[in-house]
Design a protein around this ligand. Structure first.
Ligand code: ADP
Length: 371
């Protein structure tokens, strides 16, 4: 039995808005309905002030649609700021910006000590490859690590870790993360077929990510590495604000243009008072596998220079290397599959720096036993 968009809207006729008694289907608030086999994903548009009042409506919508024959999974998000923000909304958003020194921080994820973002000012610089290998390297340093693929426009963790299959529901709405190379991994790519075009509006991105963060049985983890959506738009900014981030690693290639984008990334995290753990230069230089000669294809060293300019730590250089591309594209992260290679060692060096800058919380906590 296949579900249609019309079926979804019919189910939502039975869900009423608390204030007006109007049906959710008729309210014009339903957006971005995506039906993929038995999975249904959609958003309910709200004003940011309605978030608490509308949570029961979101839940009711989820169970109404979940009850339709043929529906196996439902993901419903509350989304704010659908239209271009009005002056009032801008002002509200600015008011939500953390004031220096006194930030209203989003609440953490139970059991998870730290959440860090791997971000880039633009796509294609190797952010996801870096995030995946950094996660494996952190795990190799003895930490319990999760990976949240928040690159919802182009989720690549299923491919980078060679994971097939779907997450299981553990209870109610909570999903079990997938596992690979000792990591716990969650990606929207596990929930939606690869060929399904994903058209997300900014606010929906945020609610999907928040759900993946909070409705997944991560268990006890030292750190979750979040592969951020590339860019520095409104969605990324709000995400940086709504996910309780302990810090951000910015990935750039050495070219001037990429560095310009990276600078925007740094500015974005600064705006929301997320500490910048540092800048990584990816595709930094090329070592000829035949003769060992190093070529600085993209004017190597630009990111180190930029980090100095921005007064942020420089976390290291990852070479442009065929084995990195091959292992990434083959679902076998190089840090796990060829740990002795110089490429893997570059990621381990990066992981050590990240661990050091996160400090005490990244060391396994001593167990306190009360007898
Ligand atoms: P992003 O997440 O920034 O869009 P990806 O991590 O998906 O970038 O990388 C884009 C492409 O570049 C992929 O094919 C990946 O295998 C390749 N790549 C990333 N980093 C390197 C590297 N250091 N050397 C060689 N290829 C790389």
């Amino acid at each position: 039995m296949t579900v249609s968009r019309a079926d979804v809207l019919r189910a939502l006729e039975l869900v009423k808005l608390p204030a007006s008694g109007q049906s959710l289907a008729a309210s014009g608030r339903i957006a971005d309905v995506l039906v993929d086999g038995g999975k249904v994903i959609f958003a309910i548009g709200i004003d940011p002030t309605e978030a608490t009042a509308m949570e029961p409506v979101r839940k009711a919508a989820e169970s109404a649609v979940g009850g339709l024959p043929g529906v196996t999974q439902v993901l419903v998000g509350l989304t704010a700021d659908k239209a271009p923000p009005s002056a009032g909304m801008q002002a509200r958003r600015q008011a939500q910006q953390p004031a220096p020194g006194g930030a209203p921080k989003p609440s953490g994820v139970p059991g998870v000590k730290q959440i860090i973002a791997v971000a880039s000012g633009k796509g294609g610089v190797g952010k996801s490859t870096t995030a995946a290998n950094l996660a494996v390297a952190l795990s190799g340093l003895g930490l319990k690590v999760g990976v949240l693929d928040a690159d919802i426009y182009g989720p690549s963790m299923p491919k980078l870790f060679g994971i097939k299959g779907k997450p299981q529901v553990v209870s109610g709405r909570t999903l079990a993360p997938m596992e690979a190379y000792g990591l716990k991994i969650m990606s929207i790519g596990f929930l939606v077929e690869e060929e399904t075009p994903m058209i997300w509006r900014g606010p929906m991105v945020i609610s999907a990510i928040t759900q993946m963060l909070r409705e997944v049985a991560w268990g006890e983890l030292d750190v979750i590495v979040v592969d951020m959506p590339p860019g520095t738009g409104d969605a990324q900014l709000t995400m940086a604000q709504q996910v309780p981030l302990a810090g951000a690693v910015i990935v750039s290639t050495p070219q001037d243009l990429a560095l310009l984008d990276a600078r925007r990334g740094v500015a974005m995290f600064r705006k929301v008072a997320v500490p910048i753990l540092g800048l990584v230069e990816n595709m930094s230089y090329f070592i000829c596998p035949e003769c060992g000669h190093q070529s600085d294809i993209f004017a190597h060293g630009g990111a180190r220079h930029e980090a100095e300019r921005q007064q942020i730590p420089f976390l290291g250089e990852i070479p442009l290397a065929m084995p990195i591309r091959e292992t990434s594209d083959g679902g076998r992260p190089i840090v796990a599959t060829d740990p002795q290679s110089p490429h893997a060692k570059a990621y381990v060096a990066l992981a050590r720096q990240v661990q050091a800058s996160l400090g005490g919380a990244m060391r396994a906590a001593p167990r306190i036993v009360i007898e």
